[in-house]
Design a protein around this ligand. Structure first.
Ligand SMILES: [Zn+2]
Length: 226
């Protein structure tokens, strides 16, 4: 039997796979993608990843460039489709360009012509920690912890769990702002307590963090009202 080089055109239509960096950094664990000779080349480039990955380093606490330090099993990098798609578990280990001991690890499984990511360190949420870090000083440590939990849940596809934490953060921000507003002698408490949530937020706009009022007003209203 002659082996088909991956460089040869294939007639098979491969299932659409996430981009390599998405697969490493954003695709949830256990999401399954079918593989065949049509997308075997992409699978090969995950297994023998020879590019760099731009990702948040949890040790440097900033964005960094990672390069693959996995010891390749296949020296030539030219795998036939059959070997690439064979049932197996493989690891990709990368190191931070600032410090070689800052390593990140990914585990993939190919089973019955389907690939999934079955493990990783750090977690997806950890990789995207920098997205929420900027809210730490605004929210304070307790609410920030809840935001981090919401973030973790949403990156694992548990949107409903994330929603509960977000709702709690927003309600407590509104109540804090309300308590400050009460000190104002011109504050109309009766009007406030009968107002719709959108109006409440509007009347508290000078006491709420600006990013909530300006950018997330609709989101905030939706979350608190629902
Ligand atoms: Zn680092």
């Amino acid at each position: 039997m002659t082996e088909t080089e991956l460089t040869e055109p294939s007639n098979e239509e491969g299932e659409f796979l996430p981009s390599i960096s998405d697969f490493f950094l954003r695709t949830p664990l256990y999401q399954v993608f079918n593989v065949n000779s049509g997308n075997a080349k992409q699978i090969q480039s995950i297994e023998n990843f020879n590019s760099t990955l731009d990702a948040y380093c949890i040790y440097c606490r900033e964005q960094s460039i990672f390069h693959n330090t996995t010891v390749y099993r296949y020296g030539s990098g030219k795998l036939d489709a059959e070997s690439v798609l064979r049932d197996k578990v493989f690891t990709v280990k990368m190191a931070c360009s600032r410090n070689g001991s800052h390593t990140i690890h990914f585990f993939f499984r190919i089973y019955e012509k389907a690939i999934s990511k079955i493990g990783q360190y750090p977690s997806i949420a950890d990789f995207h920690f920098s997205d929420i870090e900027k809210y730490r000083s605004i929210l304070g440590s307790e609410k920030y912890k809840e935001l981090a939990r919401a973030h973790g849940l949403s990156t694992h596809g548990v949107g409903i769990g994330a929603y509960v934490y977000l709702r709690r953060i927003f309600e407590s921000l509104i109540e804090e702002a309300h308590q400050i507003a009460l000190i104002d002698s011109n504050w109309d408490e009766e009007n406030f307590s009968n107002a719709r949530m959108e109006e409440k937020i509007h009347s508290l706009k000078f006491h709420l963090p600006k990013f909530l009022v300006l950018c997330k007003a609709n989101l905030l209203v939706n979350i608190v009202i629902e």
